[in-house]
Design a protein around this ligand. Structure first.
Ligand SMILES: [Zn+2]
Ligand SMILES: [Zn+2]
Length: 203
């Protein structure tokens, strides 16, 4: 056990909380990572460390999906279904997964981190990451067998979407965002013109 200096841990916790309250998320993250490096056995530090990194992982995976959507929007409608991610999308997903991995290194039983990491991997690369995604859900359910949230997330992420067959594009307009009305083309009502499946949230 390293020697714990409670005052110092407390001061760092206060600093991290203040940064959070001020909306300075990057600062809060930096301070809590520093606090955890110095006081890995302090319960309160460990707790806030996990909370902040969870929020960070979620934020980064959302950012990756926003970047992906922007990339798709920039493509010609005919080319959308065969899009491939830019490097910025992959990098944001990788940073998101890194945050979940940090939590799991500190607490391998954190069910939310296991579940959210599985979700981020699935969204980053559904085909390539399938095995790892299913292994994460298996591990999460081994640790927390009756956790409804995990069971629900598993069925939602691992089953093919009924509406788009897992492509992530709107099943009604096949990603174009438009449908033919009598004499003109209009925005697809199912996806409100976005071209994206609104059921599985792949994008
Ligand atoms: Zn549509
Ligand atoms: Zn879908």
């Amino acid at each position: 056990m390293p020697t714990v200096a409670p005052k110092e841990a407390k001061a760092l916790l206060t600093e991290a909380q203040r940064a959070l309250e001020a909306g300075q998320f990057e600062d809060a993250k930096r301070v809590i990572e520093d606090a955890y490096a110095q006081h890995p056995h302090d319960e309160k530090v460990l707790e806030l460390y996990q909370q902040i990194l969870l929020a960070d992982g979620v934020r980064l995976s959302r950012r990756a999906r926003d970047l992906r959507r922007d990339g798709i929007k920039a493509l010609d409608k005919r080319d959308r279904a065969s899009f491939s991610d830019g490097e910025d999308v992959r990098a944001a997903f990788e940073r998101s997964i890194e945050s979940f991995d940090k939590i799991l290194a500190a607490n391998p039983e954190n069910s939310k981190a296991l579940m959210l990491k599985a979700g981020a991997l699935d969204r980053m690369d559904r085909e390539g990451m399938g095995e790892e995604v299913s292994a994460l859900f298996e591990r999460a359910l081994e640790l927390h067998p009756d956790n409804e949230e995990i069971l629900y997330a598993r069925s939602r992420i691992m089953g093919a979407c009924q509406h788009c067959g897992g492509s992530g594009f709107c099943g009604e307009c096949k990603g174009s965002g438009e449908v033919s009305a009598v004499f003109m083309r209009g925005a697809c009502p199912a996806c409100k013109g976005s071209g994206v499946c609104t059921h599985c949230g792949l994008f």
